[in-house]
Design a protein. Structure first.
Length: 490
């Protein structure tokens, strides 16, 4: 990614000229007393006005704005709406849509409202509040049920930005011509009205202070660093439209990369990040106090916060209470001691002894890796099947089906996801297909050593080659179900 100055990044967050953002230009779409200017497409009793708020509760319905402002047709605009969902509720705000008497709107894009809703039937809803649904999905909830929050949606030419309580979550630039998907037509920008969603009887959501600032139709998108519109750009849209998380769980603030730069890159390319510190001997984070300080510094940030356990000693350095505060924990089998007690880091050539018996070395490596998965409280096995340089060229011969299966079985019985590493292009398709057959979950991971974060290219390649679906993919578990809480510290 190209580094940006702090001034450039902040300037890129809100693209509308200051002259167009005066508070007195906000126009209310809801009068606080009636539904005048709004029309329900179906089940009109699912929307009512109570205490100055629009209450959405009842059978599925959508409430469309059909008032006088701009004849209910908006191309470029800023929209703000305050909302408060009940526990387990799902809803959303549509834009560029059109009145529809029945069913889900077939036109327009939706900004999701969902903090704790998990889905109906066999479907699992991963997209959290602030997602530009199916286009730029957010997987970590940054709002809370039964509390008021504010969505701020900006459309400026081909650029869509979504902010939640003032925090930028989405910065999407539509390609020209747009990527079209016949199964998901609402992806394409255009013009139209707004709509509020009532998802069903168990999804009660209140709305208030709904206001718009219409902008000229001839505005052109302006981004400090526009996204690269190529095959990967299209593939990321394909993933998200099919509920496959565009989530990179293995990002480090290394090589001068700042948190601000990482989050800007995340919004720009459309991949949410899990940002991890390294905890272990020889690393800056070696105790609870340092880990707690990192957690405090990341509080409220729109990303997952992770711990990478380094070496086998990391489990002795941190308490169960502290590590359970991270969204997830991962480690690898790249640091261990051989049968002679020699500690080695497999990626450092000088630390790997001469391998005279490759089969014996592989059996030892697999044994150590299985021991790590069985005994350490991790959610993801990172850099899986990594081999030292001296034998890496023989990967396919040394990673026999029996050895792969031993590692896969350990991951399965411990409910540990296997990372698909963008840096090392591991594991192999053969391993992934075996792991999928066993019911193991997968995560994407860059494991960057500098500012180059990539775009999960190998992960996308493996999704397609190995037929992975959203059911195969890892998402951080809720509190109470994390590995550190299930297993504790060994």
């Amino acid at each position: 990614m190209n580094p940006l100055s702090r001034r450039e990044m902040l300037a890129s967050l809100l693209v509308v000229p200051a002259a167009l953002r005066a508070d007195d230009e906000w126009l209310p779409l809801f009068d606080g007393r009636t539904l005048h200017g709004w029309k329900a497409g179906e089940n009109k009793h699912s929307f009512r006005v109570a205490d100055g708020q629009i209450a959405a509760a009842g059978a599925r319905s959508h409430l469309f704005y059909n008032g006088r402002i701009r004849n209910a047709t908006f191309k470029n605009f800023e929209l703000k709406a305050e909302f408060m969902p009940s526990a387990g509720a799902e809803s959303g705000v549509y834009f560029h849509t059109a009145f529809q008497a029945n069913g889900w709107p077939e036109k327009g894009l939706k900004v999701q409202i969902n903090n704790t809703y998990t889905g109906d039937g066999d479907h699992r809803e991963r997209n959290k509040t602030g997602s530009l649904y199916g286009v730029r999905n957010i997987y970590k909830a940054s709002a809370k049920d039964n509390e008021w929050s504010e969505l701020h949606i900006l459309v400026h030419g081909k650029r869509v930005q979504v902010l939640l309580n003032g925090t930028p979550l989405v910065d999407y630039l539509e390609s020209d011509p747009p990527v079209v998907d016949s199964d998901h037509p609402r992806r394409v920008l255009g013009s139209g009205t707004f709509a509020l969603e009532c998802h069903g009887p168990d999804s009660k959501v209140l709305f208030r202070n709904i206001r718009v600032k219409p902008l000229p139709d001839n505005l052109v998108a302006d981004m400090a660093v526009p996204p690269e519109v190529d095959v990967v750009y299209r593939d990321l849209l394909w993933l998200q439209s099919r509920n496959i998380p565009a989530l990179d769980c293995h990002i480090h603030l290394k090589g001068g990369l700042t948190l601000e730069e990482a989050l800007e890159n995340s919004r720009r390319v459309g991949i949410q990040y899990g940002i991890a510190i390294n905890g272990g001997l020889g690393f800056p984070t070696t105790n609870d106090a340092a880990a707690e300080e990192y957690l405090k510094s990341m509080q409220g940030q729109p990303c997952f916060v992770a711990l990478q356990g380094e070496g086998r000693e990391w489990v002795t350095l941190f308490s169960r209470e502290t590590v359970a505060k991270f969204d997830y924990i991962f480690t690898d089998a790249m640091t261990w001691s051989d049968d002679n007690g020699k500690r080695m880091r497999l990626w450092i050539k000088e630390e790997v002894p001469e391998i005279t018996d490759k089969q014996r070395f592989m059996d030892m490596l697999v044994k150590r890796a299985v021991g790590i998965l069985d005994h350490e409280p991790i959610d993801i096995h990172a850099n899986p099947t990594f081999l030292p340089d001296v034998i890496a060229a023989e990967y396919d011969q040394l990673w026999t089906p029996e050895r792969m299966q031993r590692l896969i079985d350990a991951a399965k019985r411990n409910d540990i996801a296997i990372e698909i590493s963008n840096r090392y292009r591991l594991p192999s398709p053969a391993f992934i297909k075996l792991a999928k057959k066993a019911g193991v979950k997968f995560s994407f991971g860059t494991n960057n050593g500098d500012k180059n974060l990539g775009r999960d290219e190998y992960g996308i390649e493996m999704v397609k080659e190995c037929g992975l679906t959203w059911q195969d993919m890892f998402l951080p578990k809720p509190d109470g179900e994390k590995a550190a809480q299930r297993k504790g510290m060994s």
